[in-house]
Every structure is written in structure tokens, then in C-alpha cells.
Design a protein around this ligand. Structure first.
Ligand code: NAD
Ligand code: MG
Length: 337
């Protein structure tokens, strides 16, 4: 066990070493679209009114202890489990996704695997139930999955995470810095130094440590994708510390893209609006805001993680060869610069 500077007990090195690697099952194939889930389209291409594609508020009042589980949300988020259809756009690629157990990271993990990539996911040990489902989904797509739990607020763990991922997958050419901490507070006076520190360690320092370590493995043609937020451009009063970290991620993405140009590595970011994930009911929003979550967008509903996955695939794939230093907004109609 290691005590992080945030004062939280974590088991980074031991748990990472205990992280399991699952071999590819040649009998499983790229999962086809399956009917039967009312909240999903048959696949990501089926044409329909995007406003009504997913549930609208009001939602049931719900809270979870941080970091929360996708499986305990009502309605359950759609990560593309029954809908994402791949076409070999990432065949043979090797990806590490932080926060790959749930939400946006899980949607990216499912999509990457169905596009032909082997995928390592990082998450907190208490999120094992969510992570197990993702590992199963990656394997059912016929790809290799590596489950690497541990706390990324610890620099030593971040280095080990990257090396373990590259070791398990036999290399690395896609990095998705996606894990984050978001804690709503009414006033700056309610934000403790511990919270401020944990938010910056998770959202900013870890991205710096993991990216730095990953550069030893990433070769020409590799892609880095960071998850920013609309909060970088339009910060909410109750997300003072979180919004700052998301602005950091935008600046980091743009500056790093210039640095890595000479190595032929692309760096882009995604800036989501409100998305239905455990981040929100586990302290990211006050409980009364969950009932109306997403109502203020022009669509009148939150996005679902599945609606972000195609953009992560696009930015990871060579299809966006001429795209670097960009921030892609996925906001339900609130475009930002
Ligand atoms: P999520 O809760 O499903 O994912 C966040 C993940 O971060 C967790 O699953 C957890 O595994 C990981 N994490 C947090 N602290 C960690 C730590 N110390 N060590 C290791 N892992 C840690 O929620 P999500 O909404 O999918 O979040 C993914 C990204 O999307 C985040 O960067 C978030 O800021 C961003 N985002 C979310 C929204 C939204 O409305 N949900 C909007 C804009 C941006
Ligand atoms: Mg999670």
C-alpha cells in the first residue's frame, strides 16, 4: 500500500503487477449490432433524430459514493455495448485508456477493440466490477485486454502503468488520457487543499506523467487523445478547480502537438458537454442537478458515452493524418472555439 499526497490509500504497484492480461480468443468476433436495448440504435450509423436518440431528463434522483459504478446508474449509460460496429479502422493497434472501466473511456475501449485494437485499461481498484465487464467486451471482440488497476495520483504508479500496458500488449501506439476527478463545491471557500490537489493530480499531473512515460514506447504514427471538457471554455461556478484542469488539458494538447510534430505523433483532445456517466452522481454535480442533467443543452438531454466513441476512433486512426493540436467539441449543440 502506498500513501498518496492526496492522503488516500492506494495500492498502485502491487495492483498493477496483479493486473491480469487476457489472451485473444480467436473464436470470438467483432461483435455485431444486436437489437433489444431500447436505449441504443441498431448501430452507430442508423439514421434518426439525434435529439430523441437517448433519454431526456427528468432522471431519478441518485447518488453514489465516488468514483461510482456505471452498473448502478439509472438509466444505465450506453457505452455502445449492443451497437458499436467496427470496420478494422485500428487493426493491430495497441491502446492504453485511463478511466477505461466506465463512461467515455469504456465507450472508447469497446470501439477500439471492435476496430481491431488490443486495449489496456486503467481504473481504481474499487471499480473492478465495471472493469471486468469491459475486459469481457474487449475479449468478445477477439482482442487482447489488459486490466491495470491503480491510482494515477502517484507518479511511480503512472510510470509502471505505461510499462505494464506496453509489456502486456507488446507495444503502445494509442494513449487516451481520460481519467478525471470532478467534485462540485458551491464556493471557493469549500474547496479544501486536499480536493484541489486531488483534482490537479488526477486531471493534470497524471496526464503529464503518463504521457512522458508513454513517449518511450510511442513511435511515428502514434496518437495521443486527451479528454478535456466544455468546462475549459465555459466554466461553471461550482466546478472552479475542475474547470481549471480542463483548460490546462487544452493548453497541454496544443503545446504538446507542436513538440511531437517532429516525431510524427499526433495529439488531439475531445471536449464533451454533459455526458451520462458515474462522474456526475458520485460528487461531480449536486444531487438535485442530476434530475435535470443535460436539460440546458439545445438537445435537452445529456449525451451518452457511445456518442463519443466514434470521435476517439477517428482521432486514433490514420484517417485523421492531417489533424493535430485540435479540440473536438461533442456538446449537444453548445459549440465552443
Ligand atoms: P467516469 O467516472 O466514467 O470516468 C472517470 C474515470 O476516472 C473513473 O472511471 C476512474 O476510473 C478514473 N479515475 C478517477 N480518479 C482516478 C485515480 N486517482 N486513479 C485512477 N483512475 C481514476 O466519467 P466520465 O464522464 O466518462 O469521465 C471521463 C472523462 O470525461 C473525464 O476526463 C471527464 O472530465 C470528462 N468529461 C466528462 C463529462 C461528463 O459530463 N461526464 C463532461 C466533460 C468531460
Ligand atoms: Mg469508473
Amino acid at each position: 500500500m502506498v500513501k498518496t499526497s492526496a492522503g488516500v490509500m492506494a495500492t498502485p504497484i502491487l495492483l498493477a503487477a496483479g493486473g491480469s492480461v487476457f489472451a485473444r480468443d480467436p473464436n470470438n468476433q467483432n461483435s455485431p449490432a444486436k437489437p433489444g436495448n431500447a436505449s441504443t440504435t441498431p448501430n452507430q450509423f442508423a439514421m434518426r433524430d439525434p435529439r430523441d436518440q437517448y433519454p431526456h431528463p427528468p432522471f431519478k434522483r441518485q447518488t453514489q459514493e465516488w468514483p461510482g459504478l456505471a452498473s448502478k446508474m439509472d438509466p444505465k449509460p450506453d457505452h455502445g455495448e449492443n451497437s458499436y460496429q467496427g470496420f478494422g479502422r485500428l487493426v493491430g493497434r495497441k491502446a492504453l485508456i485511463t478511466g477505461g472501466d466506465s463512461g467515455i473511456g469504456r465507450a472508447a475501449a469497446i470501439a477500439f477493440a471492435r476496430e481491431g485494437a488490443d486495449v489496456a485499461i486503467n481504473y481504481l481498484p474499487v471499480e473492478e466490477p465495471d472493469a471486468k465487464e469491459v475486459v469481457d467486451l474487449i475479449q468478445r471482440a477477439g482482442r487482447k485486454a489488459a486490466a491495470l488497476p491503480g491510482d494515477i495520483r502517484d507518479e511511480a504508479f503512472c510510470k509502471k502503468l505505461v510499462n505494464d500496458a506496453a509489456g502486456a500488449l507488446g507495444g503502445l501506439d494509442i494513449l487516451v488520457n481520460n481519467a478525471a476527478k470532478q467534485t462540485s463545491q458551491k464556493s471557493i471557500e469549500d474547496i479544501s487543499t486536499e480536493q484541489f490537489d486531488a483534482t490537479f493530480k488526477t486531471n493534470v499531473y497524471a496526464m503529464f506523467w503518463i504521457t512522458k512515460a508513454a513517449l518511450q514506447h510511442l513511435s511515428t504514427g502514434s496518437a495521443i487523445i486527451n479528454t478535456a471538457s466544455i468546462q475549459a471554455y465555459e466554466p461553471s461556478a461550482n466546478l472552479l478547480d475542475y474547470a481549471q484542469t480542463k483548460a490546462c488539458i487544452v493548453a497541454f494538447t496544443k503545446a504538446l502537438s507542436k513538440q511531437l510534430m517532429e516525431r510524427g505523433i499526433r495529439v488531439n483532445a475531445v471536449a464533451p458537454g454533459p455526458i451520462w456517466t458515474p462522474l456526475q452522481p458520485s460528487g461531480g454535480q449536486p444531487p438535485d442537478k442530476i434530475e435535470s442533467f443535460g436539460a440546458a443543452t439545445p438537445y435537452g438531454r445529456p449525451g451518452q458515452p457511445a456518442e463519443l466513441a466514434p470521435t476517439y476512433v477517428l482521432l486514433a486512426s490514420q484517417e485523421t493524418s492531417y489533424v493535430t493540436g485540435e479540440v473536438y467539441g461533442i456538446t449537444g449543440g453548445n459549440p465552443r472555439p
